[in-house]
Design a protein around this ligand. Structure first.
Ligand SMILES: [Zn+2]
Length: 490
């Protein structure tokens, strides 16, 4: 008989993955149920990389799922909607509940459960950014995946291999930095783990369709905190120029006059910081003003870590523009609205009153960013007496990285493509994000704060600080209570 303890450890960690099951979904589901009930189960999730349905089988299989004659014993997710009826749900919704325990992740469907994040991604889109995730599913393979790998392909060069990879997936995989990346294939292939941008390792597995001669099943344990380097690990196979991120720095600096260069790439309805997004993490919102709002940071560096966010969906704080007075400049002058600047100032003052030990404010604004926000991080109790050293620490580290800091911590005319940090009782530091500082990494400031606050960079990665929704709600409620007497919007 299984003890409660071992049941729990399996239930929290194991996931089961099958390749495309559309050739025989009922048998595949029965197989998954059997494995789930067997000696290695139960599993936390059953992921199908590809199709469940076809136009021919949809009515029968879906009918059986709806009337319960076929049931899935564990949460099942699939990523290819072929065979599904063309209605508004399957066309416009990212995550669609098909039947009890059966969930379809649409082209860019992303789902956060209590203990993991799963993201589907579709090739061919250069503009689509992917947030960090635990499990990534893509319709095609990254084109440079075999680079640096010593694992030979079972089927070295089939026509399928030649057409089934896509360069945009390299950038997607890089951005998502998943622990596991799956994609469908005619043949099974598992690459050696490779280093990703989250400081961890990505494992890529191509799975063949269910029931064939090639391997179509995979099981794994999600070790989210594992930063160790596997013995056979390689460096990241993706080439530098695949990174979509580097384009905006170059473009903005060259000012090539492309009006599209400043177009936000993610729509407000999909933006994690837009109040109009129906999937907004509303439980994190602390206070809402006229021009901006305050929310607890997801995966906070420490308790009390919040963000100040303009309500307008804008990549930097220049939410307004006016025609240039210089007739030779055909582009409008973009500027920070005085009302927004004033309200942000009020929030900062309120936060400083709430945290007499001091608050660090920092922001990264990019003309090609998504939705700008300013981080507000209170100084931990044990560091308050030492806080005058924090600025020197940043300057020393910036010099070591070879970053060029702006004189007097000032931003001159163009208020975009910069990093700015404000310390308690000392001058800010500004680093322009242009060709002079090509190595600037958006995770740098948080890692440095973690290092200075706690003596190591562990909490510099927000994913190491992730909380369950219940924990988030409790922490945000605490901040709301503390902030209440300082909240000028009330
Ligand atoms: Zn937004």
């Amino acid at each position: 008989m299984r003890t409660t303890a071992s049941f729990h450890s399996y239930a929290t960690n194991h996931r089961l993955v099958f390749g495309d099951i559309s050739s025989d979904p009922k048998t595949a589901i029965a197989k998954a149920n059997t494995i789930n009930g067997g000696k290695n189960g139960p599993f936390r999730a059953f992921i199908v990389v590809g199709k469940v349905f076809t136009k021919n089988n949809f009515e029968e299989v879906n009918g059986a799922l709806q009337d319960g004659s076929v049931s899935v014993d564990l949460p099942m997710f699939f990523t290819d909607g072929e065979g599904l009826p063309e209605d508004s749900a399957t066309n416009q919704t990212d995550v669609v509940d098909i039947a009890p325990n059966v969930t379809f992740l649409n082209q860019w469907g992303r789902l956060m459960t209590d203990d993991f994040i799963i993201q589907n991604a579709t090739s061919g889109s250069n503009d689509r950014k992917t947030a960090p995730t635990d499990i990534l599913i893509t319709d095609k393979w990254p084109s440079n995946l075999p680079r640096l790998s010593k694992v030979g392909f079972a089927v070295p060069q089939t026509a399928e291999r030649a057409t089934n990879n896509d360069k945009t997936i390299d950038a997607t995989s890089k951005d998502a930095s998943p622990l596991y990346h799956f994609s469908g294939s005619e043949s099974f292939w598992e690459r050696e783990p490779f280093a990703n941008e989250a400081g961890k390792h990505t494992r890529f597995i191509g799975l063949a369709p269910f029931g064939g001669k090639q391997r179509w099943h995979y099981a794994f344990t999600l070790k989210k905190d594992d930063t160790s380097t596997p013995v056979n690990a390689t460096e990241c196979p993706y080439l530098k120029e695949d990174k979509v991120e580097e384009e905006p720095l170059k473009r903005a600096n060259e000012d090539d006059g492309d009006p599209m260069a400043k177009k936000p790439r993610i729509a407000p309805s999909d933006c994690f910081l837009c109040l109009s997004n129906p999937n907004l993490a509303a439980h994190l919102v602390v206070s809402i003003g006229q021009e901006s709002y305050m929310a607890m940071a997801k995966g906070p560096l420490l308790p009390g870590h919040v963000m100040l966010i303009p309500i307008k969906h804008n990549p930097d704080f220049c939410t307004e523009s006016r025609p240039s007075t210089n007739p030779r400049h055909r582009h409008p002058v973009r500027f920070v609205s005085p009302k927004l600047a004033l309200e942000l100032r009020k929030y900062q003052i309120a936060l400083k009153q709430m945290h007499p030990g001091g608050v660090v404010f920092y922001e990264i604004a990019k003309a090609k960013g998504v939705h700008v926000h300013q981080q507000a991080v209170p100084i931990p109790q044990e560091k308050i007496n030492n806080v005058e050293n924090l600025r020197e620490f940043f300057i020393k580290e910036a010099k070591e990285c070879g970053f060029r800091m702006e004189n007097n911590g000032e931003l001159r005319d163009d208020q975009t493509n910069y990093f700015r940090i404000e310390f308690p009782n000392s001058d800010p530091i500004v680093i322009k994000l242009n060709r002079q500082n090509p190595k600037f990494d958006v995770t740098w400031p948080r890692k440095l704060l973690a290092q200075w606050f706690f003596g190591n960079k562990e909490r510099g990665d927000w994913r190491n600080c992730s909380q369950t929704e219940a924990e988030e709600t409790e922490a945000a409620d605490k901040i709301k209570g503390d902030f209440e007497t300082f909240d000028f919007t009330r």
